[in-house]
Ligand binder design. Sequence first.
Ligand code: FAD
Ligand code: UQ1
Length: 443
Amino acid sequence: MATLQLCSKLSKLGLQTLTTGVREFSISSNWASKSHYDVLVVGGGTGGITMSARMKRKVGAKNVAIIEPSENHYYQPMWTLVGAGAKTLNKSGRSTASVIPSGVTWIKSSVQELDPDKNLVQIDDGKEISYKYLIVALGLQLHYDKIKGLPDGFSDPRIGSIYSVNLVEKTWRALQNFTEGNAIFTFPNTPIKCAGAPQKIMYLSEHYLRKTGKRSKANIIYNTSLPVIFGVKKYADALLDIVKARDIDVNYRLNLIEVDIDKREAVFEMLDHPGETKTFQYGMLHVTPPMAPPDVLQRSALADAGGWLDIDKDNLQHKKYSNVFGIGDCTNLPTSKTAAAVAAQSAILSKTISLVMKNQKPMHKYNGYTSCPLVTAYNKCVLAEFDYNAQPLETFPFDQGKERRSMFHMKADLMPPLYWYALLKGLWGGPGPLRKLMHFGKA
Ligand code: FAD
Ligand code: UQ1
């Protein structure tokens, strides 16, 4: 029955093909009898699957469980290319069953409460699961609902968003159907994952309109809540040259607060002029939604004042609960939230947990490594890589501030297999060793 409902939901989303090739096995019988695990991972996205693979090697599969409600796992970085018609959505997803390391227990449920004082979590049916060590990898939540007129306004075919599995294909349709007027791309007033993506989809859209002869009828506009185009000066300078060369308008400190689909208007608050707004007509609108920590985390004792998981920025151990650790978008690590960051974090976190398990002090330090392949055309990319200090930390021995075809192929063709066959298997801890090799031991 549940399978039937799921299939019907998936087919409504046009995702039938994702269910093919699913590794069949019984989930509920696996965990119904056991409710304690040495290592419990909450969230089965990039960070959760990666850490469960690494923990399986450390403590054995039967001692690891992962709580994740979704039937499908997505390689989200591909959605930028899906939104521009360069990849299909189908290619970005696999069944969750197929990415859970074999032998690790998948508890197909949502975490409802985190109770670190009792070392347990509560799931959907009120059942409690206890742990010795907890790894929190809950990601973040999207808040289209914080924009007046959305999500209902997505009924307008001119509006898209590459951040949601349900809207990414619609983004490509909006781009194809665009005829004239303002093509507006937004950046919200909250931390977001992959802070480059809101403008990557803009560069691809601009290139698409050029290729199809519609560019002269379009005003391309980037309205961002930030005071800069990108947080690292080297790449910001490169991007400013690109927007100038491609005749793109950039407006800073504008935050989308309302969409009126009848008038085809997008209303922005002017962050430096409280109470004032600016309204734009749109022919196409790409929305990057406000984002926030998951509710279950926000209301737990594990959160900091902003609701993010409160962990040590060097070793990724919780600041108060020494048997709790975190990785990825749900954390308060002061770096840009990306899968590349998860890769580097996973290597450090493994070492931290090994030492904690031996009652030793964690000593390995995460440098904040993160990366954003800034796709600037259908065949070009600026590969931004940087650390906690917003200083470039580049892998390759050439200037990555330049648009390059090679970096586009790295993003489009090399990264997906690296993700599925190395990162999710716990075998890729980021490009640190490669960087040292490329720079002959200097970096
Ligand atoms: P996620 O992978 O989002 O996983 C969180 C998991 O937690 C989900 O599976 C969710 O179902 C689960 N969960 C949530 N609530 C609960 C609950 N209550 N109980 C149990 N489970 C729960 N990164 C790059 O490195 N390079 C890129 O080019 C890039 N481009 C991107 C482009 C786009 C459009 C997007 C959307 C993202 C991009 N990213 C990129 C970012 C990258 O995908 C994320 O940073 C990464 O997936 C974070 O991993 P995570 O495990 O923290 O979160
Ligand atoms: C990376 O490690 C990673 O995670 C697998 C990404 O996410 C898809 C990236 O986008 C990038 C750029 C890296 C860094 C890898 C190299 C080889 C520079």
